[in-house]
Every structure is written in structure tokens, then in C-alpha cells.
Ligand binder design. Structure first.
Ligand SMILES: Nc1ncnc2c1ncn2[C@@H]1O[C@H](COP(=O)(O)OP(=O)(O)OP(=O)(O)O)[C@@H](O)[C@H]1O
Ligand SMILES: [Mg+2]
Length: 245
């Protein structure tokens, strides 16, 4: 991402969600993006994944400039090379769990086998539930299916927006292990937005976002270091705002 800004205009109000983001991520890296609510995490992931267009700046995936592609080509690149787990799940309600996974894999140009799909569902604790419809599942279970679905397509880059927010600790750790395996064995690049220091400590680096800009970074983070930096960043933000109050 180079000089990426995203401005939302609604009537007379303007919101600067991202302000000049420069970011290069090497293939096979695992990055966590942290920041308080409204700091721009979702906007950053969506601009990076070609789901939203930056107001200014460019986004490249390897040699391909995503920001220069027409919608049709962009959709093709997204389906074949990128995976996204949204903050709120978006399973297709009329399809079963298994069909949801199959569909995304086919759109990615793959020829999925039942056994492979059953296996990945088992990894997220959804063994034997491939025939269920999303409406029969809890929010937590739907999120696990959405994660399995994104990982099953073996994307080059996997974007995950607070994927573990609704999961219990054991399941969150299993999901993080799955992501780590994708990074280490398939060379997947993972970009994860989270507010949880334990979750972000699974990444190779943590980037701290505040009001649309990166304000700090940590390599090989521990939960304690992340918590300490988080407080420092949040504090910085509050004290900066004091004169305006
Ligand atoms: N569709 C939109 N229209 C107008 N403003 C928006 C829109 N989406 C985001 N914003 C604004 O952009 C800023 C960044 O929002 P964003 O959702 O990226 O933050 P976030 O860090 O993901 O927050 P959270 O932790 O609550 O998910 C906020 O000020 C938000 O109000
Ligand atoms: Mg968000």
C-alpha cells in the first residue's frame, strides 16, 4: 500500500479513516493490526483486499496494481488469490455449510474434494455439520465455518477482521494455529485485525493503528509487550485529544 488514504463523506461530515498508509508485507508473513475502535482497521483490510477503493494512493498484490483494475478483473483476482474473513459472517443462507465451502473453492478455480472439506471443517470443530444451514448454527459456529471456508481456498493473502472475537479461547487458539500452519507450510500471507494482545502475539509483527496512521510496531511480540504498547498508544491518543475537549 502506498500513500493510501480513505475519506468517507456523509452529508456535511467527513471522516478520515486512513491517512497516508505506506505498508509493504513480504509473502509468507503474519501481521496483526491493532488499534482502538474507529482507528481504521477494517478500512485498512478492505482497501488492501480490493473490497474498498482508497480515496488516494495505490495497492499492489505482487506486480498487479489492484487500484488500477476494473471491477471484473478485480473480482477475479480476489477470488483466486485473496481470502477474507469478515468481522460479521457472510455465509450464504440458502446453502449448507459444506456447499458454502465448496462454492468459494470453485470460484477460486479449484476442484475441491469432499474429504478435504470435511477435514478442514473438523479442524474448526465443525465435524459432521456439513449438512447444516447457517441459520441452524450459533454465531460462533458460523464464524468458524467462514474461517474454514477462507482457509480452504488457500489464498496467497488471507485477511481476517477480528476473526476470533466471538470464539472461546480454545477455539480461538485452534484458528490461530490453522493460520500459522498456512503461513509456515503454504507461504500464505496473513493480515489480522484484532483488539486482543494474546491473539496478536501469534503474529510475526504487530502494527498499531491510531486515527488512520501507524504509530508503532512490534516484532516477535509477546502478549505483555503488546499490552504495554497498546496502553501507551491509547494514552497518546487520549492526551492528544485533550486540548480539543
Ligand atoms: N461506510 C462508512 N461510512 C462512513 N464512515 C465510515 C464508514 N466505514 C467506516 N467509517 C469511519 O471510518 C473510521 C474507521 O472505521 P473502521 O471501521 O475502519 O474502524 P475499526 O478500527 O475497524 O473499528 P472497530 O474496532 O470498531 O471495528 C471510523 O471513524 C468510522 O466511523
Ligand atoms: Mg472494524
Amino acid at each position: 500500500m502506498s500513500g493510501v488514504s480513505r475519506v468517507y463523506r456523509q452529508g456535511h461530515t467527513t471522516s478520515h479513516a486512513l491517512r497516508g498508509i505506506d505498508l509493504t508485507l513480504p509473502p509468507g508473513s503474519f501481521t496483526a493490526v491493532m488499534g482502538p475502535s474507529g482507528s481504521g482497521k477494517t478500512t485498512l483490510l478492505q482497501c488492501a483486499a480490493g473490497l474498498d477503493k482508497p480515496t488516494t494512493g495505490t495497492v499492489h498484490l505482487g506486480e498487479t496494481e489492484l487500484t488500477a483494475l476494473r471491477e471484473r478483473e478485480l473480482t477475479k483476482v480476489r477470488r483466486r488469490h485473496l481470502g477474507f474473513v469478515f468481522q460479521h459472517t457472510n455465509l450464504l443462507p440458502s446453502l449448507t455449510v459444506e456447499q458454502n465451502v465448496f462454492l468459494l473453492m470453485r470460484l477460486a478455480g479449484q476442484h475441491p474434494e469432499s474429504s478435504g472439506v470435511a477435514d478442514i471443517l473438523a479442524r474448526v470443530g465443525m465435524k459432521g455439520q456439513g449438512e447444516c444451514r447457517p441459520s441452524q448454527l450459533s454465531g460462533d459456529q458460523q464464524q468458524r465455518v467462514a474461517i474454514a471456508r477462507a482457509i480452504a481456498t488457500r489464498p496467497e493473502v488471507l485477511f481476517a477482521d477480528e476473526p476470533t472475537g466471538a470464539l472461546d479461547t480454545k477455539m480461538a487458539m485452534e484458528v490461530l494455529r490453522l493460520m500459522r500452519t498456512a503461513v509456515d507450510h503454504l507461504g500464505t500471507t496473513v493480515v489480522l485485525a484484532t483488539c486482543d494482545p494474546v491473539v496478536s502475539s501469534h503474529a510475526d509483527q504487530v502494527l498499531f493503528l491510531s486515527e488512520g496512521v501507524f504509530v508503532d510496531a512490534l516484532h516477535a511480540p509477546t502478549p505483555a509487550e503488546v499490552t504495554e504498547r497498546m496502553h501507551r498508544t491509547w494514552h497518546l491518543r487520549t492526551s492528544e485529544q485533550l486540548p480539543r475537549q
